[in-house]
Design a protein around this ligand. Sequence first.
Ligand SMILES: [Zn+2]
Length: 370
Amino acid sequence: MLYEIDFLPVGEGEQSGDAICLRYSLDQGTNWSVGVIDGGAQESGESLCKHIDKYYNTKIIDFLVCTHPDQDHASGLSCVLENLTVKKVLMHCPWDYVDSICDYVSDGRVTKESLKNRLIEGHPYAYKVYELANEKNVPIFHAFSDSQDHNIPCLLIAGPSSTFYLQQLINFKSITDVTEDIDKGYGLLKGAMEAVKKAVNWIAETWDDEKLVDPEDDATSSENNSGIILQFDFDGKKILLTGDCGVPALAQSADYIVSQGIELQQFSFIQVPHHGSKRNIGPTILNRLLSPPIAQEVEPNFTAFISATKMENPKHPNKRVVNAFIRRGGKVIATQGSTKCHHSNGTPDRGWSKAEPLPFYSEVEEDNND
Ligand SMILES: [Zn+2]
C-alpha cells in the first residue's frame, strides 16, 4: 500500500502550529484518498494548497480535519476550503452542543443563545471552517470515537468519545472566561516571547535517567484535550496523529483503541503531541502507547514527527520529550522550517534528501515550565 504523510512548517517566529496533508492508495497509485489535517496559520493554508497541487497533483480533498479550534490549527483551513474541492469535513462544532452542556455551565443568568454566541465568538477560525463548509454544502462529520460514520478508508477516530469531548468543552475558556479568550492569540504569543527571554538552564540527562515526568491532568488546556486523535491503518502500518492532545486525551484514546481489539505499541508513525511540549506527554502514557525504554544500541523501530517552530530552543520541542521518544525506539524528526515527508516504499521520487533525525540530547532544560 502506498502512502505519503507531509508535515508542512508553520510560522517563522515563536509560535508553532500544525499543517498536515496525506494521501494513500489501496490500488498501487490508481486511486488516492487525500486528506488535510489542520491548516496552521493563514500562510500555511496557502502552502498546503500549493503542496497538494504540486505533489499530489489534485484539487480534490476527500476529507479535511480540524482537530481543535485553536488558531494555529484552524486558521489555514479556510484557505483550503476556499481554493480546493473538499468532499467532507471532520470537526467539532461547540456551538451545536449547547443543549448538552447548558445545565452544567449555566449559573442561571446565561441563556442558551448567549452561550452559543460565546462559543462562536471564542472560536472564530473553526466557525469560519463551519460556515464555509455549510456554504459549499460540504457535509460535516462530528468526529467522535462513538460515531465512526465518516466512511473514510483506513481511518479510525481514536478519540475523543462524545462524553469525553463534552467534559472538555465545559472547561473551554470561551465558557469559563470570555474576556480572556478574546485576547488569547496575543496572550499565547506574549507567553511564548516571555519564555524566549527567560534564560534556560541545562541539566544532564542520560539514556537510563529520564528527566521527563508525568504532567498534571490539567497541564494542557481543555481545548487541546478536546482534539481529534486519528489512527490510520495502512495495511498493518499504524499511524497515530495526536494534534495538541494531552495525557488524559491520549489515555482515553488508548483505552478506545484497545477496546477495538487493536494492540498498542505497534505504531510505525506517531505525531509528537502539541509541538513537542512537555505538558502533553509523560513516561507512563509513552510506556503504554509506544513501549517502555529500550536498550540504547537497538535500532529505532518507529518514526515520530514534531510540528515545531524554526526557532532554536525555547520550548518546542522540549528536549526531554525528544529524548523520551528516542529512548522508546523512535526516530524523531521535526519540521523546524521545512516540510517533512513520511512515506511508504514505491511513492513517486521527489528528489528530496533524507531528513536528519534529532539527536539524543545529553543536556535538557532544567526548568519545569513547559
Ligand atoms: Zn497547536
